[in-house]
Design a binder for this molecule. Structure first.
Ligand code: NDP
Ligand code: OXD
Length: 317
């Protein structure tokens, strides 16, 4: 008999749950958050799909064989003190990658074409042309050249931007200059728009700080340097972002992720005209694509084939 899939996702409506279940080919789905009277221990459950799970959940899954993350990031899983020694599979899918690249390209274009200034001029009924450098005058530096960073790089290049990248290994990526972990400063000194697409690990926590912002390259015709982050809020120091926007070290920012989510109502970040904020919505996981993905991975696992996109626990991503 096939093992159920246990989920700990906290859906905001039951339609999403139904859509997920419909993709799983009849496999029983146990929703830990449905309020039903669940047993203390879920014997015989081999698979779980989670997003920001209750850390102690894993103590109730003695037969767990594979753990799936609803998202590409897995920092929410590593917060548990009770993580079992089973493979962790993160979500990698073109639907997610495409959404992220749309968001990144949109932000780079918003800053290149000074949309925030035109918004203000519209409010003021002011007819005034602003300087218009070309994308090829701007270098976008992407920190994190994984599934998401590489696709964003390719699409930004198609738009005409110069694109360079930085990653832990410095592994080559077709068509862009890659800087390895030890070459952060030369990477920053070339970058007008810094894009963060890093996972949150002990190495990347707080990495986007004043020291980094102060090394970026300024372009005189736009509100730069620009900082754009859709990786994780724990990688940015918001007090530094605020201070750097105030003193001009940063010209403008686009933030999709925050140290604490939701962002507090009294955060000064809300008030900056040159800050574009979105509520961790750059690339949401498509629930049907996720269901098909999990079903495919389980089929591979049960056929004795290798799981895909397994997290390296020693690296934390
Ligand atoms: P990947 O694991 O495919 O790529 C991670 C990249 O970061 C790799 O290039 C890796 O280097 C690099 N990296 C990791 N640690 C370091 C380090 N210490 N120093 C330098 N580089 C490092 O992840 P994805 O591209 O799939 O996703 C990236 C992140 O985006 C996710 O972890 C998640 O936090 C975030 N995300 C946010 C979403 C949103 O809606 N805001 C949606 C989806 C994801 P190397 O190539 O050498 O391994
Ligand atoms: C993810 C996210 O990690 O949505 O996929 O943040």
């Amino acid at each position: 008999m096939s093992s159920p899939l246990l989920i700990d996702i906290k859906f905001e409506n039951s339609r999403k749950f139904d859509r997920l279940r419909s993709t799983l080919g009849g496999r029983e789905v146990i929703d830990i958050n449905d309020g039903g009277g669940h047993p203390e221990t879920f014997s015989g459950v081999h698979y779980a799909l989670v997003w920001k799970p209750d850390g102690k959940l894993f103590t109730r899954l003695p037969d767990l064989r594979v753990l799936f993350s609803l998202g590409a990031g897995v920092d929410h899983i590593f917060q548990s003190d009770y993580l079992p020694d089973v493979p962790i599979v993160r979500f990698v899918d073109h639907t997610l990658t495409t959404r992220m690249s749309e968001w990144v390209c949109l932000q780079c274009l918003m800053h290149l074409r000074q949309q925030r200034n035109y918004d203000r001029q519209q409010r003021e009924r002011l007819w005034q042309e602003l300087p218009q450098p070309q994308a090829s005058d701007i270098t976008v530096g992407i920190m994190g050249l994984g599934e998401l960073g590489r696709d964003a790089a390719r699409k930004l290049k198609t738009l005409g931007f110069n694109v360079i990248g930085w990653s832990r290994s410095g592994r080559p990526v077709d068509g862009i200059e890659v800087f390895g972990a030890g070459r952060l400063d030369p990477f920053l000194s070339r970058t007008h728009m810094l894009v963060g697409l890093l996972p949150l690990t002990s190495e990347t926590r707080g990495i986007f700080n004043r020291d980094v912002f102060s090394k970026l390259h300024r372009h005189e015709e736009i509100a730069s340097p620009v900082f754009i982050n859709a990786g994780r809020g724990g990688s940015q120091v918001e007090a530094d972002i605020i201070a750097c926007l105030e003193d001009g070290t940063l010209g403008s920012v686009s933030l999709d992720v925050f140290e604490q989510e939701p962002l507090a109502e009294d955060s000064p970040l809300w008030g900056f005209e040159q800050a574009i904020l979105t509520p961790h919505a750059a690339a949401v996981s498509d629930i049907e694509a996720l269901g098909h993905y999990v079903a495919r991975q389980i089929a591979r696992f049960e056929a004795g084939e290798a799981l895909e996109n397994v997290v390296d626990r020693s690296l934390g991503y």
